[in-house]
Design a protein around this ligand. Sequence first.
Ligand code: ADP
Ligand code: MG
Length: 570
Amino acid sequence: MARKIAVLPESISQIIAAGEVIERPASVVKELMENSIDAGSTEIIVELTSGGLQSIRVMDNGEGMDPEDAPVALQRYATSKIKSSEDLYAIHTLGFRGEALPSIAQVSKMTLRTRNPHSLIGTEVICEGGEIKRILEIGCPVGTEVEVKNLFYNIPVKRKFLKSIQSELRHILNHFIRLSLSYPFISFKLIHEGHLLQEHIKATAPEQRIEDIFGSEVYHHLRPMGYETGEIKITGFASLPNFSKRNSGDLYFYVNGRFIKDRIIYKAVLDSYRHVLPSNQFPVVILFIHVPPSTIDVNVHPTKAEVKFKDSEKIYQAIRSALSMNGGEPITLPKEKNESLLSTSQEHFALPLPSMIHQEENAFLIREREEKIWEPQKRWPYPVLGQIQGTYILCEGEDHLIFIDQHAAHERILFERFKEEYENHSIASERLLLPILLELSMEESLLLESIGEGLKLMGFEIDPVGERLFAICSFPSLIGRRDLKEVVREILHDLSSIERSDQTEGVIHQILVTLACHSAIRGNYSLRREEMDQLLDQLASFSLSSTCPHGRPIFFPFPINELRKQFKRK
Ligand code: ADP
Ligand code: MG
């Protein structure tokens, strides 16, 4: 009988291995920037065309490579950073596995140009699909330049999975910002299609870089912190309790200079703010954790995005202490006594990582169930019995008690109205006498530009007036002028989890959802009787599904029969 199991030919296994490290243009940018940092560069320039889909070029002024070393660097497991297995547990560089260059070379057309300060002549290595085509002597400045063209040209399936230019660009920007934050003494430039998107000039102090990246508005709410216990040292910046964001996108955690996602760190940070921020609000926290390299394993994740701590309980405690200390100016986060990871271990495993939160939200947006359970009527037929906890309205139906979530109901009403106005091209827009200025992060600005058309159709007029600075000139009348800045930020946040921001319909739908949610009455808000009646009459006039635009239920019917049972009536 023929054997079923066969070892894959190298040509295939190498592509598989490359795919683990290189998922998309952003992975290339990350790996190349890390190499430049490891090479001791003080200046790093990233140049892209078509969001990196067409070409990525990373140039540095680091130590470069010898003519003999340059071609070797392209071989799998070729590295200058570790020599023995012991070195694996004492890693001080960002790279160490010798996988990046060969993986990138495997799935692209790559050119490497490099010269080290000791040689007068540089080397050029031209590579295609993992094969070295030519090695030349060239004249070039000291340092290294890697140019990657047509990523995944030899793996069409992978290319298909790539998203729009804007979306790839946002992934790249994330990596660019993460690295720029942790290396303030290196100058970074990001250029897309000839436009300078970001420039961070070599800082003289870390806080300068923080202000540069977050903008002065956010920076104003941050305080530096520092803490040391035993072998653990923590420095960083944390927002004051009076400031918060609606998403967890501004939590940056580094372990020995490496950006990582870690649920223990995440939990420690959020626990520290638990009693000062509402549960749906997040702080801005940048944490640099330094531990002896021998106490962590960095070799647990294909793209090194996670590490394993030998003693995570200690890390948890250290972060809790760090965030409750006063680093010069008081950060008044109340500290709970004796709270240990062990005592809350169940909760900690249930805690979603930032990336998971995004996925969930995404699912909500898509899951707008269209099952209609209500035909339009002029009036709401069920008498209101009262309001519960300022949040739910209770009505009496024929066989059911009906609980209604007032926020979800109002959200649905507004959504339907906005949608109607939009579909009839009758969105009323109001002009502001004095435009409202809005400072955005680079990521938000990019997104704003890419959804400009959608916002305009919805009655917004938002003009760029400077780098990352925008002026809100008009807004849709239906939402009122309250908190306009906040609304725009919310729209951007909600849209950031949509991958195809180039598809207007999806964008419009999401903007409608956000506007409705933002403008709807909240829970914990008491309503007068007439207000409840009015709300329900409005609700009744639409053909309705049972859920709000977010996919949460609006109604909850409770069978009166159940009461009968409970009271043991026949
Ligand atoms: P690793 O970073 O894990 O060592 P890479 O495949 O990324 O593996 O790089 C292989 C080797 O090539 C590095 O160890 C380093 O010696 C050399 N190298 C790569 N990029 C640069 C650069 N920008 N400047 C100098 N040397 C580099
Ligand atoms: Mg590397």
